[in-house]
Design a protein. Structure first.
Length: 372
């Protein structure tokens, strides 16, 4: 039951549903030796960081603000990465992180002096990925994400020095252990001679190892074999895997109509509150999704395609009904926005004892402050 005193819309992070992911992460660390860092680009709701920190080793970032958030809110290691660091932010970023990772050899040279004395790494693009979306494929043609030429990397290592690790990020919603193994073998074949000179290797995120049925034992064995072969500390950067199925977007029905289909308009919006549904053109999920009454659940923004999906219910929907849209954590809460001035969802945490506490509420002042 959701608290009747908590008005919708709100994101509800359920620790009891978050815990199984964290336990798998901790198990994988124990069995393989690989450390796991929460990818803040995917999930940055810091009210549960103390809980997550019991099972994870720190955070990894994509910007100065994420580096700072990781340092201030999440115990453990803080890895700082950006596609391009700016002159005015590099000193602050170096101050917050334990490891600073550069996207290109040019950035490493540019900030050589600024990053002296800090553990430094370089992003390497292996040229293969598991992404089925060109938009999200880090190995797409003409990709700007990492250095791809072993000769360039080796020359940079000799010229600049001080590189102790590489970051590879080429998995994307990859639930196939064989695909992971094939791509890792490609990385070894192409960059193995350079990896042998490193102390640590990040294999990035995008490995869906907390999904039901994923062969964790096989992944642990492969990671351990890789670490032993090259004598490196392996890092993983689980984002979606950390928070999979842990969070719902709680909404209420505001109006109903029929225009060839039964339509229910709710007090939320996919463009504002679940943007990936729009970007990647897939439907939301709702549990249970069964019954003889089929309804299209629609957002309240003016965007014609603001539709969460079509779902089945045991009874016809009516004004005031509460609905729970699944998987509201990965790449969702971090992307919420003020499109149409639609009320930003609050954030609530469901504790292990079932108690629900409100941790954040947004209002007009926040909307106005985001503009000028």
């Amino acid at each position: 039951m959701k608290s009747p005193d908590l008005p919708t819309p709100y994101y509800l992070v359920d620790k009891a549903r978050l815990l199984p992911n964290l336990e798998k992460i901790a198990w994988l660390r124990e069995r393989s030796g690989a450390k796991s860092l929460l990818a803040l680009k995917c999930f940055a709701t810091w009210s549960v960081f103390d809980f997550m920190a019991e099972y994870m080793d720190g955070t990894t970032s994509s910007s100065l603000f994420e580096v700072r958030l990781g340092k201030e809110k999440f115990p453990g290691e803080t890895h700082g990465y950006s596609v391009a660091w700016a002159d005015h932010e590099i000193d602050e970023a170096v101050g917050y992180c334990d490891k600073i990772i550069f996207n290109t050899a040019a950035q490493l040279r540019r900030f050589d002096a600024a990053s002296q004395g800090k553990t430094r790494g370089l992003r390497v693009n292996p040229g293969v990925s598991s992404s089925s979306f060109d938009l999200a494929d880090p190995a797409r043609p003409f990709s700007r994400l990492g250095e791809h030429d072993p000769a360039t990397i080796e020359a940079t290592m000799k010229e600049v020095g001080g590189i102790s690790g590489f970051m590879f990020h080429n998995n994307c919603e990859n639930r196939q252990i064989q695909r992971f193994e094939d791509m890792l073998a490609h990385i070894e074949q192409r960059f193995g001679h350079l990896i042998r000179q490193m102390q640590w290797i990040s294999l990035g995120g995008g490995i869906s190892f907390t999904a039901e049925g994923y062969p964790l034992e096989a992944l642990a064995e492969r990671l351990k074999r890789f670490a032993d072969t090259y004598e490196v500390q392996v890092y993983l950067e689980p984002g979606e895997a950390s928070v999979l199925n842990s969070t719902t977007l709680e909404v209420s029905v505001l109006d109903t109509m029929n225009n060839g289909k039964n339509l229910a308009i709710v007090d939320s919006s996919i463009e504002a509150h679940m943007l990936d549904l729009l970007v990647y053109r897939y439907a939301g999920r709702m549990q249970p999704d069964e019954g003889e009454h089929e309804w299209m659940v629609c957002g309240k923004s003016c965007l014609a395609g603001d539709i969460f999906g079509e779902f089945r219910f045991g009874q016809p929907l009516k004004v005031g009904d509460r609905l729970s849209i699944e998987d509201g954590a990965p790449y969702t809460m971090v992307k919420k926005n003020w499109f149409n001035g639609v009320q930003m969802p609050s954030i609530a945490i469901k504790e292990l004892d079932g108690q629900i506490r409100l941790v954040q509420r947004f209002g007009y002042e926040d909307f106005a402050a985001a503009l000028s």
